[in-house]
Design a protein around this ligand. Structure first.
Ligand code: NDP
Length: 449
């Protein structure tokens, strides 16, 4: 049995109850075969694959807080510090009822390779809680965030581990978390990114993941002789990543005709009105029914169940899944291919199942995985860290220009790794290999640790 298969078997046995983590490890290790086989003796002797699939540490803790009725509630908090070979741990915090150790480990594992791809000095980590922010008052959100940070602060720091936002964690939550960190430690340092502009945040961080996704997609289209002009695009999700992806596609001459949330989806043949979407989601924190009510051209469809991903049945040139993991399955991939989709680029983390990815790529659809295409968020977080260390603020255009350069560079790196080790345009292998090589070089240089 080859080294990759041995380690896959080991991880499958050890973490048999962690399906999302196993899915991510399988996807990554399988595509690393060519580079692992070329260095098998060295990697095996140094247990590189065993080490890279085991987090440095996984912290789990109780988060007690008091709701508006005076009732004590208890949630579970996590921080997985996966690998700090190339820099301090870096990765978001997710607040969603589905959060468990498997999901946080899958996200932390993916983050290691993604952060490496940005070419910036950041290691990989991820955290969160099964707390559901939906329907909570501002005071309840603050109570939860303060309690969460009262435990988390022990494990993080500007040069140790720098969390950021993810699903359910935006500017409001980062503010409450930062306030509590400062209060406990008396340190005013860049311990979190995604901060507000008045207390160390970076211009363009809010837009970065969505804009970055569209910049790399634009580069992909350019490399294949076309661009966004006149293209029809499907986006899923209606959160931070989706909103700014839609905004940038429109700026580049494309038309986004869909978006979705966990209860339903919108088809708007006139193109999504991004200002209205921001008003509904960022200001009113309402459901998409409010968008449809305010926009005569929009059709709203309620989801029948969790597997109802109607957005992928619309005929489009480009699909950008921007909601959550496993939201584009084999049936969805078949529908996209039948409708002639040209490219699928992931805004969310692992939104496409392994079977769906295979179907898309077997059918010659250009496909960029999230660890490359949504890396603009964490890259801009690293730029926020740089500004915090310098105690300076850069302009929006300066950050946006750097983000653009980083995404173009990621495209070039994954594209050339694909050509060197796999086949042209195999960006899944290209992203995994390009991200892996740098981390492994650092691990080998730092000895057994
Ligand atoms: P948000 O919380 O801002 O938005 C998430 C969106 O996806 C919402 O519209 C939400 O709908 C929908 N959604 C969430 N869970 C589900 C589900 N189980 N089924 C259907 N829809 C769902 O999160 P972000 O936009 O920040 O993150 C989206 C994705 O992008 C995640 O995978 C995240 O890990 C990834 N990502 C985010 C980065 C960032 O900078 N924000 C950086 C890199 C990756 P509803 O409101 O109804 O729950």
């Amino acid at each position: 049995m080859g080294y990759v298969d041995e380690v896959l078997e080991l991880v499958s046995k050890r973490d048999a109850n962690q399906p999302e983590f196993l899915q991510a490890v399988t996807e990554v290790l399988t595509t690393l075969r060519p580079v692992v086989e070329a260095n098998e003796e060295l990697y095996r002797k140094n247990a590189i694959l065993e080490r890279i699939t085991e987090p440095d540490r996984a912290i789990q803790f109780r988060v007690p807080w008091v709701d508006d009725n005076g009732q004590v509630q208890v949630n579970r908090g996590f921080r997985v510090q996966f690998n700090n070979s190339i820099g301090p741990y870096k990765g978001g915090l997710r607040l969603h009822p589905s959060v468990n150790l498997s999901i946080i480990k899958f996200l932390g594992f993916e983050q290691v390779f993604k952060n490496s791809l940005t070419s910036l000095p950041i290691g990989g980590g991820k955290g969160g809680s099964d707390f559901d922010p939906k329907g909570k008052s501002d005071r309840e959100i603050m109570a939860f965030c303060q309690s969460f940070m009262t435990e988390l602060y022990k494990y993080i720091g500007a040069d140790v581990d720098v969390p950021a936002g993810d699903i359910g964690v935006g500017g409001r939550e980062i503010g409450f978390l930062y306030g509590q960190y400062k209060r406990i430690t008396n340190l005013y340092e860049g311990v979190l990114t995604g901060k507000g502009l008045t207390y160390g945040g970076s211009l363009a961080r809010t837009e970065a993941t969505g804009y970055g996704l569209v910049y790399i997609t634009e580069e992909l289209l350019k490399d294949h002789g076309t661009d966004f002009n006149g293209k029809t695009v499907a986006v899923s999700g209606a959160g931070n990543v989706a909103i700014y992806a839609i905004e940038k596609v429109h700026q580049l001459g494309g038309k986004v005709v869909t978006c979705s949330d966990s209860t339903g989806w919108i088809y708007d043949p006139e193109g999504i009105d991004v200002d209205l979407l921001k008003e509904v989601k960022e200001v009113k924190r309402a459901r998409l029914t409010a968008y449809a009510e305010a926009r005569p051209s929009a059709q709203y469809t309620a989801k029948k169940d969790a597997n109802d991903h109607g957005v992928w049945n619309v005929k489009v040139d480009v699909a950008l899944p921007c909601a959550t993991q496993n939201e584009l399955n084999l049936d969805d991939a078949k529908a996209l291919v039948a409708n002639g989709v040209f490219a699928v680029c992931e805004g969310a983390n692992m939104p496409t199942t392994i079977e769906a990815t295979k179907y898309l790529t077997d059918n010659k659809v250009l496909f960029i995985p999230g660890k490359a295409s949504n890396a603009g968020g964490v890259a801009t977080s690293a730029l926020e860290m740089s500004q915090n260390s310098e105690r300076l603020h850069w302009s929006f255009d300066e950050v946006d220009e750097k983000l653009h350069g980083i995404m173009v560079n990621i495209y070039k790196n994954i594209s050339s790794a694909a050509e060197k080790y796999a086949t042209k345009d195999d960006f899944v292998a290209g992203a995994n290999i390009a991200g892996f090589e740098k981390v492994v070089e650092a691990m080998l240089a730092q000895g057994v640790c």
